[in-house]
Design a protein around this ligand. Structure first.
Ligand code: NAP
Length: 255
């Protein structure tokens, strides 16, 4: 038996993944299932969640699809309630749901700024509250922030950058409130640039040039490089880590 690898196993645990209908979130749900967890899949597009559900089922783990808009606290509460009703517990929350935007600040309408903060920051808080109310000691929350919460963007992204910097601050505070007292660790991941529906909106040559010029590794990240970080922070392998933000960005924020 390989004891250190056993620390990464998630057998018998239940993970909630928001934004599991596409991109990175669908990958995280599959990775958590491969590590042994049953997974609750939350997002707005149920047809796309069903695709993720099928992939999770192929690992032999259970999957539960719940339609939810994370910007609504009551819908986050319903996700947590249904997770416990169907799968018995919540050990892991991956706050991954997010929207991107790039509008020059002098032209950005209030509604657009609010929409991004509402999903990326407020939504993560509502989901964390709903899940933490039901979590036992030993649980873990992983917030998917962004390198743009740490360093400047090449595009006008006030709302996105503010939401992700806010999520890093939220991570620090929830960690200090919940880790010692309730045994719930709270950490964040700051991804660099990965292929997804969100980054598909950026012209490819522009994106590759930017990544080549600003990151040490000079390339986009690959899904499994983030999956490993999510499983690490979700699992007992990171039991002495809380309140931190792990940059998975090819060295971009280290410049
Ligand atoms: P994506 O493919 O566009 O996925 C975004 C996910 O968020 C979708 O599943 C979407 O599902 C969900 N979502 C959006 N609004 C929602 C809402 N109101 N309620 C519930 N779910 C909602 O983009 P992605 O790149 O995988 O992004 C995933 C996360 O990684 C985001 O937080 C993003 O900011 C972060 N990130 C991505 C990169 C990158 O390079 N790709 C880099 C840094 C950080 P529905 O539309 O079905 O609701």
């Amino acid at each position: 038996m390989n004891q250190v690898l056993d620390l990464f196993r998630l057998d018998g645990k239940v993970a909630v993944v928001t934004g599991a209908s596409s991109g990175l979130g669908a990958g995280f749900a599959l990775a958590l299932a491969q590590a042994g967890a049953d997974v609750v899949l939350a997002a707005r597009r149920v047809d796309r969640l069903r695709d993720t559900e099928k992939q999770v089922a192929e690992t032999g783990r259970r999957a539960l699809t719940v339609a939810a808009d994370v910007s609504d606290p009551e819908q986050c509460e319903a996700v947590a309630e249904q997770a416990v009703a169907a799968l018995g517990r919540i050990d892991i929350l991956v706050n991954n749901a997010g929207v991107g935007t790039a509008i020059p600040a002098l032209r950005e309408p209030p509604g657009e700024f609010r929409r991004v903060i509402d999903v990326n920051l407020n939504g993560a808080y509502w989901a964390a509250q709903a899940c933490a109310r039901r979590m036992e000691p030993g649980s873990s929350i992983v917030n998917i922030a962004s390198v743009l919460g740490l360093i400047k963007s090449y595009a006008p992204q006030a709302a996105y950058a503010a939401s992700k910097a806010g999520l890093i601050g939220l991570t620090r505070d929830l960690s200090q409130q919940w880790s010692g007292r309730r045994g719930i660790r709270v950490n964040a991941i700051a991804p660099g640039y990965f292929a997804s529906e969100m980054t598909a909106e950026i012209p490819e040559d522009q994106l590759l040039t930017f990544v080549r010029q600003t990151s040490t590794l000079g390339r986009l990240g690959v899904q499994h490089e983030l999956d490993a970080a999510v499983v690490f922070l979700a699992s007992p392998a990171s039991s002495y880590i809380t309140g931190t933000t792990l940059a998975v960005d090819g060295g971009m924020s280290g410049h």
